[in-house]
Design a protein around this ligand. Structure first.
Ligand code: SF4
Length: 239
């Protein structure tokens, strides 16, 4: 087991980063580990991991320095490391495995809006995540550049929700919606909140675990204002 303390990890691999930079979510995103060279600078990779990163053809690589500091530097079997560093097993498609395992595409009713259950919709606000998870159920679209939502697409999705009064529960997800700017999140949440028949508004995010620096006082104030519970599926947390 070779997991350094956060401070030791920063000193060793990011010696030029100030504490202020390290604690800045935008710096964390800018310095994401996203290629083989950077990954090898930090981790001792197995042959299989190296081959998988070199041959990646679907879900890209992306790990925030903060989250990298929680992973074992040497052991490819470290459970958290396996969720973020690819292996070639990822390329095997077994019988019965689907590109869209949740069957979302067949229930897509507007750009980025999935309506599977009568009273509930899934709002795919972005295709971007701070850290890509190797088990992602939405790897067909996150980080691919094939689904890039814009305001016009959001407006179409909002119009659909306004027109469907049976919808009382909106889950805003992606990608990770908390990766967007405060202004953009507030814009979206306020419009959903303004729809009278929407009773539940939730955010699906991994940010508290993979990029806790994003949870700023300003973000908390804004979320409190919109009373949106934050839902974190599979936290991938070491503790
Ligand atoms: S944060 Fe969620 S959407 Fe993004 S890669 Fe991980 S599981 Fe997929």
């Amino acid at each position: 087991m070779s997991v350094l303390s956060r401070a030791a990890f920063r000193r060793r691999f990011y010696p030029d980063a100030t504490a202020r930079e390290w604690n800045d979510w935008r710096w964390q995103l800018k310095r994401r580990i996203s290629d083989l060279e950077e990954l090898q600078r930090i981790f001792k990779l197995s042959d299989d991991e190296r081959k998988a990163v070199a041959d990646l053809n679907r879900l890209p690589l992306g790990i925030t320095p903060y989250y990298a500091s929680l992973l074992d530097l040497e052991d490819p079997n470290h459970p958290l490391r396996k969720t973020k560093i690819p292996t070639t097993a990822e390329f095997i498609l077994s019988p019965g495995e689907y590109n869209d395992p949740l069957g979302e595409e067949q229930h897509r009713v507007a750009p980025g809006l999935v309506h599977t259950y009568p009273d509930k919709v899934l709002f795919l606000a972005t295709d971007f995540c701070a850290t890509f998870c190797r088990y992602c159920m939405r790897s067909r679209l996150v980080g691919q550049g094939t689904y890039v939502p814009n305001l016009a697409m959001w407006e179409q999705a909002l119009e659909y929700i306004r027109e469907h009064t049976e919808v009382r529960d909106v889950l805003v997800s992606g990608g990770d919606p908390l990766i967007m700017s405060d202004e953009r999140i507030e814009w979206l949440l306020s419009r959903i909140r303004a729809i009278p028949h929407v009773e539940l508004l939730r955010l699906g995010t991994k940010v508290p675990t993979v990029l806790p620096q994003r949870v700023t006082p300003a973000l908390c104030r804004m979320l409190k204002k919109s009373s949106s519970p934050v839902h974190q599926p599979s936290p991938d947390s070491p503790r």
